[in-house]
Design a protein around this ligand. Structure first.
Ligand code: DHB
Length: 466
C-alpha cells in the first residue's frame, strides 16, 4: 500500500549566504508499491514552514502553492532525491530547492533510476524507459494523495537540465499516455494521472534517434572537436580535463551521410512557424528551418546587445546601428566549436551514454538508430522501436491520447554543443502546433547548463499560476 503519513516530518532550518529558510521535510516517500530499487523509487517533499502558521509567500499558501518538481538526472544516470542546500557548481551558493522554498513553492524531489543500475539478480533495472516511468510514478503519487499533501497538485511543474530537461519535456508531452501503463502497473504506481501543468526544460538532450543527423546538419564541415571530461574531486568539486582532437576520415564521411539524412526527417514532421509558414530544409540543409534557428540565435544576440554586451568579438554577426541584421551560420558554428565526433549519440562502438541508456536487463549497450545499427563496429543490437519512441516527446505531441502540459519553458544556450540547437527549435515548433504555450529562448553566451536564471524561471511560474 502506498502511504503518506502527514505527521511523519521534521521541521528544519538551513542558512546559506546569510539567508535562512525554515521548512517542513517529508523524506523517503516511496512512490510505488512494488519498487525494483527501494533506494531510488522514493521522493522528498519540502514545504515552507510558515504555511503551517497561516502565512503566505508571494501570494501562495499551504493549499495554493505550486508544486515545483525538479529532477537531478544528468547523463541519463541515476538522479538521487535532493535537499535544500548548496550548489556544487556555484561555490557554496544556495541550490534550486533552497531558492524554490524561499520563493514559496512546495518542492517535490523524486529520485529517478538511471542507466547503470542493477538489481540483486545482476540484471540492469534502470535502462530506458525507467527514468521517465519513475518520474511519472512520482507524479501519480502526488495526484493520488492530493487532498492530504501540501500545495496544489493541479500545478505541478517539472524541471530539469540536459537528460533531466529531456525527462521534463517528456513529462509535459506524454501525460497519461497508455504506452507507459504496463511499466507503471508492474511497479504498482498509484491509480492516478501522471499529467503535469507545466514543464521547464533546460537544454533537453532529446529526440535521440534523430540527434545524430541534427548534430551533423549543424556541425558538418567542422572537423576538430573540443570537450572537457568532468570528474568530482574528493571535496565534491568538479574538475575538468580538456580533450581535443580531429575527426578521422571515416568520421568525416559519417558526418556527411548523417547530415544528408536530416532534411527528409525534418520535412516529414510538417513543422510550422508562429505564422503557420512551413519549416523545411532542402537537400543541402538550407531553408526556412535554418532561417528559424538563425533567428533564435540573432534574437539572443540582440537581447545581449540591448543589455550592453559588446558583440564586436563575434564577426559572424552582422550588426548595424545596434541592430542584429544577419548572421553567418557556418562561421557561428566554427566559433562555438564541435564537441562530439560523428555519430554524436548512437556511437558505432556503443560507447556513448545513450547507447547505455538503450540497453536492456541483460545487454548493457545497444544502438537506437538504423544508421548506426547498420554500421556497428561492436556487433551491437538495436533497441526496440517502442522503447526508443517512449523516450521521444516528438512522437507524442500530436497524439490525442497524450495529455500535454499547457505551458513549457525551454532554454537552450547559444553556445551549447551537446546537442544541436535545432533539436529544441523542432520541439518548440511541434508543441506550439499542438496548442501548448512555449516560452523558448537561447540565452546568449550560455553553454550546456541549467537553473542559471531562477529569478526569471520563478517569474514565469508565477505568471502561469497567477
Ligand atoms: C547529458 C549530456 C550529453 O552530452 C549527453 O549526450 C547526454 C546527457 C547531460 O548532461 O545530461
Amino acid at each position: 500500500m502506498l502511504k503518506f503519513e502527514k505527521n511523519d516530518y521534521t521541521i528544519e532550518e538551513v542558512t546559506l549566504c546569510g539567508e535562512t529558510i525554515r521548512f517542513r521535510a517529508f523524506r523517503d516517500l516511496i512512490y510505488v508499491e512494488k519498487p525494483v530499487n527501494e533506494e531510488f523509487q522514493k521522493m522528498n517533499l519540502f514545504v515552507p514552514e510558515c504555511y503551517y502558521e497561516g502565512a503566505s509567500l508571494h501570494g501562495y499558501d499551504l493549499g495554493s502553492a505550486p508544486v515545483f518538481m525538479p529532477n537531478t538526472v544528468g547523463g541519463y544516470m541515476p538522479g538521487p532525491a535532493d535537499e535544500p542546500g548548496t550548489n556544487p557548481f556555484l561555490q557554496g551558493r544556495p541550490n534550486t530547492i533552497f531558492r524554490a522554498l524561499q520563493h514559496g513553492y512546495v518542492v517535490a524531489s523524486p529520485a529517478i533510476r538511471g542507466r547503470v543500475q542493477k538489481g540483486a539478480d545482476g540484471r540492469y533495472n534502470g535502462k530506458a524507459p525507467s527514468c521517465v516511468v519513475d518520474y511519472k510514478a512520482a507524479v501519480r503519487y502526488l495526484h493520488f494523495f492530493a487532498d492530504e499533501l501540501p500545495g496544489d497538485a493541479s500545478k505541478i511543474i517539472t524541471n530539469g537540465t540536459s537528460a533531466g530537461g529531456a525527462l521534463s519535456s517528456l513529462m509535459g508531452s506524454t501525460g497519461n499516455h497508455p504506452d507507459y501503463e504496463p511499466y507503471l502497473q508492474a511497479l504498482g504506481a498509484a491509480d492516478a494521472g501522471d499529467n503535469v501543468f507545466a514543464a521547464s526544460c533546460y537544454c533537453p538532450i532529446t529526440n535521440l534517434e534523430h540527434a545524430d543527423m541534427a548534430y551533423e546538419w549543424e556541425f558538418c564541415g567542422v572537423n576538430d572537436f573540443h570537450r572537457a571530461n568532468m570528474k568530482m574531486d574528493e571535496g565534491g568539486r568538479p574538475v575538468f580535463t580538456p580533450v581535443d582532437g580531429e575527426m578521422t576520415k571515416e568520421q568525416i564521411l559519417v558526418s556527411a551521410e548523417e547530415k544528408a539524412m536530416f532534411p527528409a526527417y525534418v520535412n516529414s514532421l510538417g513543422l510550422k512557424d508562429e505564422n503557420g509558414d512551413p519549416l523545411t530544409l532542402d537537400a543541402d540543409g538550407e531553408g526556412s528551418l535554418k532561417e528559424y534557428v538563425k533567428r533564435v540565435v540573432m534574437e539572443s544576440a540582440q537581447r545581449a546587445s540591448d543589455q550592453g554586451v559588446d558583440l564586436s568579438d563575434k564577426p559572424w554577426l552582422i550588426v548595424e546601428n545596434g541592430k542584429v541584421q544577419g548572421m553567418d551560420f557556418t562561421a557561428y558554428v566554427k566559433d562555438i566549436t564541435r564537441m562530439k565526433t560523428a555519430p554524436a549519440f548512437d556511437a558505432l562502438d556503443l560507447e556513448s551514454p545513450e547507447n547505455d541508456l538503450f540497453g536492456n536487463e541483460t545487454t548493457n549497450c545497444r544502438h537506437f538508430t538504423e544508421y548506426s545499427t547498420a554500421h556497428t563496429k561492436a556487433q551491437g543490437a538495436c533497441a526496440e522501436a517502442e522503447v526508443v519512441k517512449m523516450m521521444n516527446p516528438m512522437e507524442y505531441i500530436l497524439d490525442e491520447k497524450a495529455e500535454k502540459a499547457q505551458h513549457f519553458r525551454i532554454r537552450h544556450g547559444e553556445c551549447d554543443r551537446d546537442t544541436s540547437l535545432v533539436i529544441s527549435a523542432m520541439l518548440t515548433a511541434k508543441l506550439r502546433e499542438a496548442g501548448c504555450e512555449v516560452d523558448y529562448r537561447s540565452p546568449w553566451n550560455t553553454p550546456h547548463a541549467g537553473d542559471y536564471d531562477l529569478d526569471e524561471l520563478f517569474a514565469w511560474i508565477d505568471g502561469i499560476c497567477g
